[in-house]
Design a protein around this ligand. Sequence first.
Ligand SMILES: NCc1[nH]cc(CCC(=O)O)c1CC(=O)O
Length: 304
Amino acid sequence: MALKLGTRGSPLALAQARKVASALESAQRWPAGYVEILPFTTSGDRIQDRPLADVGGKGLWTKELDRALIEGEVHFCVHSMKDVESERPREIHLASVRPRGDMRDRLIGANSIDELPQGAKVGTSSPRRAAQLRSMRPDLQIVPIRGNVETRLKKVEHGEVDATLLASAGLKRLGITGVGTAIPVETLLPAPGQAVIGIECRTDDHMVQSVLSTISNGITFAAINAERAFTRALGGTCHSPVAALAIFDDGQLNFRAQIFSEDGTEIVEDKAIIDCGDEKTPAEMARRMLEKAPASIRSLFHPA
Ligand SMILES: NCc1[nH]cc(CCC(=O)O)c1CC(=O)O
C-alpha cells in the first residue's frame, strides 16, 4: 500500500514533502518508492491579489488539506508549522515534527536593517515582520508582497521593492544559498513554528501515527508545543503580529515572546526558562502580556 502524502503545490512545499518522504523511506519505516506525493491548491495559494490578512478567515493554508485528510484521500499532510493555526480540528493530530532548521529571517537587498536607505521600500505581508521593521525603522515604507519565494526574490532583483525578509529555512530547502544576510533572532524574533516541518494525520489513525513518530524530533516538538500554546492562549492567527521562539538549552527551553501593535510603536515582550512539556507557563505568559498590552495590541488578538 502506498502512503499518500498531502501537501501544497508550491516549490517550497514540494521540497519539504520530498524531504519527509525520503526520511520515511531511509528510516526504512516505509519501503522506498511507496510514499506518493499528492499536491493540493489551498485558498492561500489561490488568492494572490491581496494580503491574506484582508481576506480574513482561518486556516487558509490548510483548509483543503485538512478536508482531504479527514475524508481519507491522504494518510498524512506535511506543513510548514508557521502556517498552521494553533487551534486544529479534533480529527487531526500532529504526529511528527522534523528537526528545526535555521530559524532566522534573512534580509534580502541590504546587509543589515540599519543599512537600508532612508525611506526604503520593503516588501512583506507578514504583520510580524512589518511591525518589527517599523519599530526599528519608522521611516521604511512597508508594502505587501505575495507569491512564492522565487517570485519575491525576483521582485527585489527587478527593483519593485528595495528589500524583503524571507525565512532562512525556506531558502535553504529550496537550495537557494548565499542570498541576503541572516538577521540574529535577538533583532528579529521569528514567528511561532518558523523553520519547523510538521506532519499531521488523523487522530484515530494509530498505524500512520506510529510510522510518522519514528521520524519525529522530541526537542523540536517540545519547542513548538510551547510556541503554539502561547499563540493559542493569545487567540492569535497568522494575521497577528506575534513572535515566539523556544530554544532548547541544557534540558530546558529558553522561551521568548513578543506581541506588537501594527505600526510597531508598541511592543510587549517576556521570557522564561521552562520545562519541556510545560504548556501552562507560555499560556500564562500570553495572558499576562495581553493584560498589560495597550488597546492597539489587544485589539489584534482574540483570547478564548
Ligand atoms: N509564510 C510562508 C512561509 N511558510 C514557511 C516559510 C519558510 C519555511 C519555514 O519557516 O518553515 C515561508 C516563507 C517565508 O516566510 O520566507
